[in-house]
Design a protein around this ligand. Structure first.
Ligand code: FAD
Length: 391
């Protein structure tokens, strides 16, 4: 049936796309490998370019009730503990970009997206179904599936691979192989705010820059939780690309860091480590009714905090194009990929560059710190091209 799409993956990208497509009159089936919709117990920043899209989908009230609007972003030197720059976020961002800068627990974001999808008659959301492969047949797509351990299949007019960094859809389109490990491992945790020393508690987003390491932290859930991510330079990925972290390793690597930060790090119970990777942006073949989005299309390092935001932007552009020509989804997908490629590639490159700059040492770090001091509160406004984007 024209105007019918199957999405592989019910992450932030797949669910936002399902909702945006349904609002444009398409029928959507979402197939998710996991038996239940779940996310890592960590936060995510939603910058205004992303928040304005989910607000446009009618989720503003639900998200605002679960999100925190950080007052400011404070950039500090891990060597001296000194503040390099403070950029206002709350009201200043809303004024400049017409949408908020939110930080939200991933489980809350996913639950709100899933609930909106379930309330939409044109969306069918199935969990416990893994996409294992695909083949093109007479202008339609035959998806190989695994359901309850048994092979199955589905023939559908069009497919969107929203199945993340190790996308089965991307592999089935001929671009398999592992993503490129970028010599960084992220250590993630949340802890109760009352366990956090006064110097770091509160409503601000913190970024600490150190030699071969940096740290980002912010409040979650009305300030009840403290979300912390420490990124360390690493020679090799952790086992399975995701593994529990040994706190002794982290304590050793952050030995020279300011006391308040070491104190927080010592209080965490249960670090989760993620190997960080990216790969060149690719949206799939240009003639067929199959495309990719989010991390499946353009995984990126998290050093601009834009991976999820780009998946949300993808969803908005996909829906615009598919809504314009629902009976020619191959054409819609081609136009969507053409509109997205330059922007996502530029952000991938910026994330890699930030990854290098954040971890500088010696005189290069001093020069970086001076440059950040000069920029001061303008560090956010200097990225208007990211945050001011509209579909
Ligand atoms: C440490 C860290 C911090 C980050 N911080 C931010 C931030 O602050 N802001 C931001 O915007 N981004 C951030 N990101 C990036 C962001 O998390 C990702 O870009 C985003 O989650 C990508 O969403 P997605 O839906 O494309 O993919 P995913 O979230 O990976 O979702 C893919 C879904 O597909 C399912 N799936 C996989 N394979 C199959 C299959 N074969 N069949 C069916 N289903 C399948 C998975 O189970 C999953 O549900 C961060 C990333 C990291 C690692």
């Amino acid at each position: 049936m024209p105007g019918t799409v199957t999405i592989a993956g019910a992450g932030i990208g797949g669910l936002t796309a399902a909702l945006a497509l349904a609002r444009r009159g398409l029928s959507v089936t979402v197939l998710e490998r996991a038996p239940a919709l779940d996310e890592v117990g960590a936060g995510i920043q939603l910058s205004p370019n992303a928040s304005r899209i989910v607000i446009g989908l009618g989720l503003g009230e639900a998200l605002a009730a679960r999100a925190v609007v950080p007052e400011a972003m404070v950039v500090r030197s891990a060597a001296t503990g000194g503040t390099l720059a403070t950029a206002e976020l709350g009201a200043a961002v809303a004024r400049r970009y017409g949408a908020p800068w939110w930080v939200i627990h991933r489980a809350d974001l996913l639950a709100i997206l899933a609930e909106a999808c379930r309330a939409e008659g044109a969306i069918r959301l199935e969990t416990g179904v893994t996409v294992t492969g695909l083949a093109l047949e007479d202008g339609a797509v035959r998806l190989g599936l695994e359901r309850a351990g048994e092979p199955d299949h589905l023939t559908t007019p069009a497919v969107i691979g929203a199945d993340g960094l190790r996308s089965a859809v991307r592999a089935a389109l001929g671009d398999g192989g592992p993503p490129d490990f970028r010599h960084r491992v992220a250590w993630r945790a949340t802890l109760p705010m009352e366990a956090v020393p006064q110097a770091l508690a509160g409503g601000r987003l913190g970024l600490w820059l150190g030699a071969d390491a940096h740290c980002v932290h912010y409040p979650l859930r009305s300030g009840e939780l403290f979300n912390i991510v420490v990124i360390l330079a690493a020679d090799a990925p952790v086992e399975g690309w995701r593994a529990p972290g040994d706190p002794a390793v982290l304590a050793r690597r952050l030995a020279g860091w300011p006391a308040a930060l070491r104190e927080v790090v010592a209080r965490v119970d249960g670090w989760q480590c993620w190997s960080l990777a990216d790969r060149p942006a690719w949206f799939g073949p240009e003639r067929d009714p199959v495309t990719l989005m989010g991390d499946a299309a353009h995984p990126m390092l998290p050093f601009v905090a834009q991976g999820g935001a780009m998946a949300i932007e993808d969803a908005a552009v996909l829906a615009e194009e598919a809504g314009a020509t629902p009976d020619n989804l191959a054409g819609a997908f081609r136009r969507y990929g053409a509109r997205r490629l330059a922007r996502v590639s530029r952000i991938q490159a910026l994330a890699r560059r930030n990854g290098a700059i954040y971890h500088l040492k010696g005189p290069a770090a001093l020069a970086r710190d001076l440059a950040i001091r000069v920029m001061g509160g303008g560090i956010v406004a200097s990225q208007d091209w990211i945050y001011g984007w509209r579909p």
